[in-house]
Write a protein that binds this ligand. Structure first.
Ligand SMILES: Cc1ncc(COP(=O)(O)O)c(C=O)c1O
Length: 367
């Protein structure tokens, strides 16, 4: 039985919406773009959502649009995809890392105070694998130190933290629609969410070359070309309608994994939902000392797995070169990167496939 780690969804409704947008809308900034933004804002529970062409651009534009000073330091998690830090560099700021909590894999607010300096202006917590960061601890520290908080919710579409959706808790939230995410549009895209209407207006101009509102050829802001096109927005609207059902299915799959894999070998399972936290399982990530062997064993069974991430951001060659990291700086992250293993997870995964993955893992540890 072949079990891929993920397959992006493609429904007839998504295809029809794309064709309809192609036939009937302006290709750029057509009506689907504005409807998708309004509907996304409503899902997150904020006043405004502004679409862009990637999650990376969402974070960069948010930092610039929030007027986070160039050359200031912005704290993020080293346990993330490299884009979390790249976006900070693109915005002209300096990424500084704060180690993770071992259980959540997200930034540990207890470690945050020691990482903040007089140059720090913002924090970018990452809701890794679709599990919300400890936003109470982070926002409390941000308030005390007068820092901007930008949620990297690129992996957390629809997750809930203490009754609020991720992307509605900080000053702004940033989402990705890359092809593996819980929402993919037609392959690439991003969204910025916020209650700050002036900021929303600024990033709306920035994503469209810095045009002044209502004008075509007057520009009063340094802008970029980073729009989400109408076809992608039309597909996004269909996906947004399906998101609650898809996330529910992800949680059901996670519950099956939890049940079958409890107390198997040295496996550590991810934190599950609580009364306060509803994760969206962008990934289902287990942890074991034997993850390379387990991954190889599963590959032979045609079960695809992956490491998210095998190398922490600060130890990526480019970050070593730029900042001189050598290893040993962020111990929880570095250890986790050697032990984490992502199992197949997507709404279309069947119960039989989940059962087969679990049987194979149990067989591996029983040998
Ligand atoms: C945590 C995180 N931040 C940022 C990004 C960047 O998003 P994109 O690939 O859409 O630029 C991604 C995904 O790729 C991500 O997983």
């Amino acid at each position: 039985m072949k079990v891929p780690i993920t397959i992006p969804a493609m429904t007839q409704e998504m295809i029809d919406a794309a064709v309809n947008a192609l036939r009937n809308e302006r290709m750029s900034l057509g009506e689907s773009v504005f409807k998708f933004e309004a509907e996304f804002a409503s899902m997150v529970g904020v006043k405004k959502a502004v679409s862009v062409s990637s999650g990376t651009d969402a974070i960069q534009l948010t930092l610039e649009g929030m007027r986070v000073p160039k050359k200031s330091t912005v704290i993020t998690s080293p346990m993330s995809f490299i884009a979390s830090a790249n976006a900070i560099m693109h915005a002209g700021c300096v990424p500084r890392f704060c180690d993770i909590d071992k259980k959540t894999y997200c930034m540990d607010p207890k470690k945050l105070r020691r990482r903040i300096t007089t140059k720090t202006t913002a924090i970018v917590p990452v809701h890794l694998y679709g599990y919300p960061s400890d936003m109470d601890g982070i926002t409390e520290m941000a308030r005390e130190k007068n820092l901007v908080v930008i949620e990297d919710a690129c992996q957390a579409h629809g997750a809930i933290y203490h009754g609020r959706r991720t992307g509605s808790i900080g000053n702004a939230g940033c989402f990705s629609f890359y092809a593996t995410k819980n929402m993919t549009v037609g392959g690439d895209g991003g969204m910025i969410t916020t209650d700050d209407e002036d900021f929303a207006e600024r990033v709306t101009s920035m994503r469209h070359c810095g045009r002044m509102k209502g004008s075509n050829y007057d520009h009063d802001i340094m802008g970029y070309t980073t729009r989400l096109n109408s076809v992608n927005a039309a597909i996004g609207r269909e996906q947004l309608r399906l998101l609650p059902e898809w996330n529910e299915r992800r949680r059901a799959i996670a519950a099956m994994y939890d049940r079958r894999l409890k107390n198997v070998g040295d496996l550590k399972l991810p934190l599950g939902p609580t009364a306060d936290i509803t994760p969206v399982y962008h990934l289902y990530v287990v942890r074991t000392q034997r993850r390379n062997d387990l991954s190889e064993f599963l590959k032979q069974r045609e079960v695809q797995t992956a490491f998210h991430y095998p190398v922490p951001i600060h130890l990526q060659p480019i970050y070593r070169q730029m900042f001189g990291y050598k290893g040993g700086e962020f111990k929880n992250t570095e250890k986790a990167c050697k032990e984490v293993l992502s199992l197949p997870m997507y709404p279309g995964l069947s119960d039989e496939q989940v059962g087969f993955v679990c049987d194979s893992i149990i067989e591996f540890f029983g040998r």
